[in-house]
Write a new protein. Structure first.
Length: 68
């Protein structure tokens, strides 16, 4: 944490992510539909794996309760 090109951007994002999770839960949306990760531009394979894992996680949750 704190190792951000935009100074303290990742610290601000971490605080905001907590608020997002609470809002999702208030709306009846699973918090597991949101994810934040710290990845450097040099971590392409790690990024790809995180996206793959998150996609699988969301698919297991099924359709969004707000999908029309």
């Amino acid at each position: 944490m704190g190792d951000c090109h935009y100074q303290d951007g990742n610290e601000k994002a971490a605080k905001r992510s907590d608020a997002i999770i609470m809002m999702l839960e208030d709306l009846g949306i699973e918090a597991e539909r949101f994810r934040i990760e710290w990845i450097s531009s040099a971590e392409g394979p790690r990024f790809a794996q995180i996206v793959k894992d998150f996609t699988e996680q969301v698919k297991k949750l099924g359709p969004s309760p707000y999908k029309t």
